[in-house]
Design a protein around this ligand. Structure first.
Ligand code: GSH
Length: 237
C-alpha cells in the first residue's frame, strides 16, 4: 500500500498543503489504496511535502507522483480529453500550483492575523522553550522563499490583485460545468480544486477569499469536490 507523507486535515481542509490534497485526490481518482500520515520532513526526498512511499521507495513532488500513478498503476486521469483540452487543463493546473498557491502562502504567512490562526500551530508540538525560535526561523525562511519566488516583492494589495485574476479565470472557465473540463473530474481538478478550496477556506480572512465567494459556481465546485473526495469533512451545521 502507498503511504502518503503529507499533513493530515486542518482548518477544515483535507490538508494545510494544497499539494498534499492534490495527491490525495489523484490517489482517490486512481483507486489506489493509500494511508495518509503526517510527514517527517527529514525523510522528504525533495525537502517538501507531499512525498509517497511504495515498496520502500520514496518519491517526492505531486506531479512526479501523478506520473508514477499513471506509469506504475495505470491511472488515466485525462482519458476523456483531446490534446487541446489536455493543454488547457495543464495551463490551469500550473496556474493554481505555481501562481495562485503563492498568494495563499503569502496570505497565511505574512498577514499576522492569519499566521496566528494557522501556521503558528504547525509548531504546537515543539518543545515550549524552543518553539518561539523555531517559529521565527521558519517564518523568516518562508519570507525569503516568497522573495525568491517574487510575490514577496509585491505589496499585499498587488498579490491579491494577481490572485484575483487567477480566481476570475477559473470561475469564468468552469462556468456552469461541474468540473474544470466537463461533467467528470480530470487530473487538473486535483490542483484546481485544492487551490480554489484553499482560497475559500473559512479559517483565514483574505480579500481573495471575499472575492472568490462572490463566484457562486466556484463555491459550488469546492463543495462538490469536498462531497466527492472528502465527505468526512463536509460541514453539517
Ligand atoms: N512542487 C512541489 C511543491 C510542494 C510544496 O511546495 N510543498 C510545501 C507545502 S505546501 C512544502 O513542503 N514546503 C516546505 C518548504 O518549502 O520547506 C509539489 O508539487 O509537490
Amino acid at each position: 500500500m502507498i503511504t502518503l507523507h503529507g499533513s493530515t486535515p486542518r482548518f477544515g481542509l483535507p490538508s494545510a498543503s494544497s499539494f498534499v490534497s492534490k495527491v490525495e485526490i489523484l490517489l482517490k481518482m486512481a483507486g489506489v489504496p493509500y494511508r495518509h500520515v503526517d510527514a517527517n520532513f527529514s525523510r522528504a526526498p525533495k525537502g517538501k511535502i507531499p512525498f509517497i512511499e511504495e515498496d520502500g521507495e520514496l518519491l517526492g513532488d505531486s506531479t512526479f507522483i501523478r506520473l508514477h500513478l499513471e506509469d506504475r498503476h495505470g491511472a488515466n486521469f485525462d482519458g476523456g480529453l483531446d490534446a487541446s483540452e489536455k493543454a488547457t487543463a495543464q495551463a490551469f493546473e500550473v496556474m493554481c500550483d505555481e501562481h495562485l498557491y503563492w498568494a495563499t502562502v503569502h496570505a497565511r504567512w505574512t498577514v499576522a492575523e492569519n499566521f496566528e490562526r494557522g501556521p503558528r500551530h504547525f509548531f504546537d508540538s515543539a518543545p515550549a522553550l524552543l518553539r518561539p525560535v523555531i517559529v521565527a526561523m521558519v517564518g523568516r525562511s518562508v519570507v525569503r522563499t516568497l522573495k525568491g519566488q517574487g510575490f514577496g516583492r509585491h505589496t499585499k494589495q498587488e498579490v491579491e490583485q494577481l490572485a484575483i485574476r487567477d480566481i476570475d479565470a477559473v470561475a469564468a472557465f468552469i462556468g456552469d460545468k461541474p468540473f474544470l473540463m466537463g461533467n467528470e473530474p480530470c487530473g487538473a481538478d486535483a490542483s484546481v480544486w485544492s487551490g480554489v478550496t484553499g482560497v475559500l477556506c473559512k479559517h483565514f480572512t483574505t480579500p481573495i477569499r471575499d472575492h472568490a465567494e462572490k463566484h457562486a459556481n466556484l463555491v459550488a465546485y469546492s463543495a462538490r469536490g469536498m462531497a466527492r473526495w472528502f465527505p468526512e469533512l463536509v460541514e453539517t451545521s
